[in-house]
Design a protein around this ligand. Structure first.
Ligand SMILES: [Zn+2]
Length: 285
């Protein structure tokens, strides 16, 4: 594999986000004063980018890896990091989800990139080592990362949704509870619950929010709130159209073209819309 330069968004002296190209997953790096780090999410297919980001931010040891939820693009490097002495942390809900169908999903996703096994012999799905029901705090010298379970009624974007908060810096890592500029994956979640999770997050006060996919919203309370409100109205609108479709008042094609037009014209990953609609139809039957 060749040289890869990570797209690093620096939030302050010790907090960074690695922004995925074209809406690929964002990762978080929180650095302690001893150059140890908490890594938030990691995708084994993007290890070159992650290694580059860790080197350029001066991180010497990854003490904890947080999975904001169970999806492959957030949890597939658990095995790699565990083997290198990192402790992998997430919610009980994420653990349960990986326990139930993590192996199957891992095989399906990794099967599309068979070169992974050449580079990482014996690579497999690895579950969390430390789990929490509602809240826990990870501490490095000079910095505390507060993790909260955020899946309303056990399922919002997914079953394991966690957010990470740096109270001192008023920074939020929202995982896939927030997408900015890209169509979301809704197939693993429950949209009404997801909206409830967003409502709860709107009660906070943050300077910056790092979404699971898409650019960071920085610049203060109004900016972070408007990012969530914009995404919430997307979810409300989409949910309403899905209900009309299920009631026979709209065709899947009409819903799809609506979600790709008007206020949503500029959003990336347009192919996701059809997939989300098709899944919702299957679920209804
Ligand atoms: Zn994701």
């Amino acid at each position: 594999m060749g040289e890869v330069t990570a797209n690093i968004h620096q939030l302050n002296d010790s907090v960074f986000a690695v922004i995925g190209i074209d809406g690929a997953t964002n990762f978080g790096i929180i650095k302690g004063s001893d150059d140890s780090a908490v890594l938030i999410d990691a995708d084994i297919r993007r290890m070159d980018e992650i290694d580059d980001a860790l080197a350029r931010t001066g991180c010497k040891k990854i003490r904890y890896l947080v999975n904001t939820h169970e999806n492959f693009d957030h949890s597939s490097a658990n095995d790699y990091f565990e083997k290198n002495g990192t402790i992998v942390v997430g919610t009980n809900g994420c653990y349960q989800a990986l326990e139930e169908d993590g192996d199957e999903k891992f095989a399906e996703m990794a099967g599309r990139s068979p070169e992974l096994w050449t580079r990482f012999p014996g690579l497999k799905m690895a579950n969390l080592q430390i789990t929490f029901p509602q809240e826990m705090t990870l501490r490095l010298p000079g910095v505390a990362v507060r993790l909260l379970f955020a899946a309303h009624n056990g399922k919002s974007h997914s079953r394991g949704d966690a957010i990470a908060i740096l109270d001192r810096d008023k920074i939020l890592f929202a995982g896939d509870l927030l997408y900015t500029d890209f169509h979301p994956v809704t197939v693993y979640g429950n949209i009404p619950n997801w909206i409830q999770s967003i409502n709860q997050l709107l009660g906070h006060d943050f300077v910056s929010v790092v979404p699971g996919h898409g650019p960071v919203s920085s610049g203060g309370n109004d900016v972070y709130k408007s990012a969530f409100r914009k995404f919430r109205s997307y979810l409300e609108d989409f949910d309403g159209r899905l209900k009309e479709m299920k009631a026979g008042r709209k065709s899947p094609g009409e819903v799809e073209s609506y979600m790709k037009s008007g206020a949503y014209t500029a959003m990336g990953k347009t192919w996701m819309v059809k997939r989300n609609i098709e899944y919702s139809l299957r679920e209804a039957n």
